[in-house]
Write a protein that binds this ligand. Structure first.
Ligand code: MRU
Length: 345
């Protein structure tokens, strides 16, 4: 069996470099926190829950590398490590949830004990994402009928979660229940997570998948070729508004117009109860080179102005249900999401 996309091995973090898939399967061993921060920024590790898990291990790695035994000096340096992770990517709240938990876990009589607690907390965060994504997939599969053709966007499988997957987890669980399912995967410009990663993961599972460009989604909905849309999430506000990969909002509007259910699958670690609505979610702006180029090939005139917001927010009124490990939530979301996820102080 292939190793998982994120593994803690003998005090190092082993990641499957997602930027090279599907052409090459390259595992990289990271032995210092700077490299973990870089891997997150460069999207060698990506997907909201996977970013949180990688950051937790990265903080444990950073702590292990601090050489002082003086507790005050140790905490000063640990704080710098945490700040480096907090500045790596802004939208997925799982990152900030993991940092918060690691801060709280930094307890112990001496520095050695604190370092150990941090490794254990990172392992716990990883384990909880695995069990949460398995559970939500089982629950969500109940919404999928035999013969369903689903549309998904970006990548919300094991690569993105360091677990079972969210949107793809639900699809896999439906297949395991004996239902015949097939998938349309949008390519997901600019970085092509759908074309490169979702198709690769679904093909490995033996789930029939058709790759389409982002702009084909409306056509296939109009042709009644899609029974439901299912996506993951990077941050869910207290009122049920959902930030996810750019293009998700467009799909939700199309789905509503076509009277097709639009489902969001996410562990509760993706819920941010400190934000009352989605307009407060920070949206990452990435380099415009990602738009003017496809991988390394330039596709636009030299000097062209371009824009690259990496996420958008889908208002809760477009969402049929949010599937979490604690249950399937529908309107009114403010009620259903109460007590779930994190409230940052
Ligand atoms: O920029 P990315 O590739 O990290 O964005 C990922 C997504 O938008 C995923 O759909 C989301 O994190 C859900 S992952 C289970």
């Amino acid at each position: 069996m292939m190793a998982g996309p994120i593994e803690w091995l003998d005090g190092k973090l082993r990641i499957l470099d997602q930027s090279k898939l599907p052409r090459e399967q390259v595992f990289v061993d990271l032995d210092n926190y700077h490299d973990v921060v870089l891997a997150i920024k460069a999207m060698r590790v990506r997907g909201a829950p996977a970013i949180g898990v990688a950051a937790a291990y990265g903080i444990a790695l950073g702590a292990s590398g601090i050489e002082t035994v003086n507790k005050d000096d140790f905490f000063a340096q640990l704080n710098q490590v945490m700040q480096a992770f907090a500045a790596s990517r802004p939208t997925a709240v799982n990152l900030f949830q993991a940092i918060n938990r690691m801060k709280k876990a930094a307890r112990g009589d001496g520095v050695a004990e604190i370092k150990n607690s941090l490794i254990n907390e990172a392992k716990r965060i990883h384990w909880e994402e695995i069990t949460a994504t398995e559970k939500l997939s089982q629950l969500g599969a109940e919404l999928i009928k035999d013969g369903f053709s689903l549309l998904t966007h970006c990548n919300a499988g094991p690569l993105a979660t360091a677990g079972y997957g969210t949107a793809l987890g639900v699809i896999k669980a439906a297949k395991d229940q004996g239902k015949k399912v097939s998938v349309f995967a949008t390519e997901t410009r600019p970085l092509l997570q759908g074309a490169r990663l979702t198709t690769w993961e679904l093909m490995q599972e033996g789930i029939p998948v058709t790759l389409i460009t982002d702009s084909m989604a409306g056509y296939f909905m109009q042709q009644r070729k899609i029974d439901c849309v299912i996506v993951g999430a990077d941050r869910i506000a207290a009122n049920g508004d959902v930030a996810n990969k750019i293009g998700t909002y467009t799909l939700a509007v199309l789905a509503k117009e076509s009277e097709i259910p639009f489902y969001v699958a996410a562990p509760t670690s993706t819920i941010d109860l400190s934000l009352s609505s989605g307009d407060k979610i920070p949206i990452e702006e990435r380099s415009t080179d990602e738009v003017t180029h496809i991988q390394v090939v330039s596709i636009a005139p030299e000097g062209i102005r371009a824009a690259n917001p990496a996420f958008d927010v889908t208002p809760h009124s477009y969402i049929t249900a949010i599937i979490t490990e604690k249950g399937i939530i529908r309107e009114p979301y403010t009620e259903g999401l109460k007590g779930m996820g994190t409230r940052f102080s």
